[in-house]
Design a protein around this ligand. Structure first.
Ligand code: ZN
Length: 277
């Protein structure tokens, strides 16, 4: 065989290769079918061979996979993307089926992950909320609008059943420095924005705090002193709804009960007999 090959001239070899190629082209379908049959018949042996080859050449294989992936990174990513687009329905179905079949495993796995990545998760969520705040709020608003009839009775029932717990929880939260800040800043900023008040974006929680300081942390109507348990609120002396500005000059500390009875009345309008309306 070696002899014959070495005796073969280049021309002969070329001609033989051409004949082989022509034979292959003519009988391609039959050859491929035959290969398929043979592979199917020897599937067990082939699998064993492959497995032992992989076991023997593990490092070499993973090295060559890695270098292939590095060299063809963009192609592979693009290929994946295309595949996912084309097979999006099958993939979604498969994923759903997998999730249904592994529901308990998934839940356990998620729980474990959440417990061991608490800090990471909450910082990620904070960052996400920071970036997507408007989207999230809009999504919530939309959801509430669409499901109003389901949500409201549920909320109402929950509030009725848990009145004390809720009040206590709110009291505790409002007494935290974050709570104080949020109640003052967000409450007013939100209303200020709603009424497109002048001063929106200017008046920070620090400026509001300064106004409370000016009034000695006493309710400007009844004089009640603020304590750790009874926090004062901030009143727009001329209500936002009547066109009052959200500027420090229009803000004063007020106790909850005075605030509740004043609501959106404007003391100056009252004094001048305009009924505050
Ligand atoms: Zn008061």
């Amino acid at each position: 065989m070696d002899n014959r090959a070495s005796e073969e001239t280049d021309q002969q070899r070329e001609r033989r290769a051409e004949r082989c190629k022509a034979y292959y082209e003519r009988n391609k379908a039959a050859i491929l079918a035959q290969r398929k049959v043979s592979r199917a018949a020897n599937a067990g042996i082939i699998a064993i061979q492959r497995k032992s080859y992989r076991a023997a050449n593990r490092q070499q294989i993973s090295e060559s996979n890695r270098s292939y992936k590095e060299q063809h990174r963009m192609e592979l990513l693009e290929g994946n993307r295309v595949y996912r687009c084309v097979h999006s329905e099958q993939l979604a179905e498969a994923k759903h089926a997998y999730n249904v079949a592994h529901k308990e495993d998934n839940a356990r796995c998620n729980r474990t992950w959440r417990e061991s990545h608490k800090a990471e998760k909450s910082s990620y969520e904070r960052a996400y909320r920071g970036v997507h705040l408007e989207e999230l709020l809009e999504r919530n608003r939309l959801y509430h609008r669409e499901h109003r009839d389901e949500i409201l009775p549920k909320c109402h029932a929950y509030r009725e059943a848990n009145r004390n717990i809720i009040a206590e929880r709110q009291r505790v939260w409002r007494a935290t420095s974050r709570g104080i800040e949020v109640v003052r800043e967000h409450g007013h900023a939100r209303r200020a924005r709603e009424h497109q008040a002048t001063g929106y974006g200017y008046t920070t929680s620090a400026l509001i705090e300064a106004r409370h300081e000016v009034w000695g942390h006493r309710c400007y109507i009844c004089g009640k002193q603020e304590t750790k348990e009874d926090r004062l609120q901030t009143d727009h002396v001329k209500p936002l709804i009547k066109g009052g500005p959200h500027f420090p000059c229009n803000l004063r500390p007020i106790c909850p009960s005075c605030n509740a009875s004043k609501r959106d009345k404007w003391p100056y309008a009252l004094a001048y007999g305009k009924g505050g309306k």
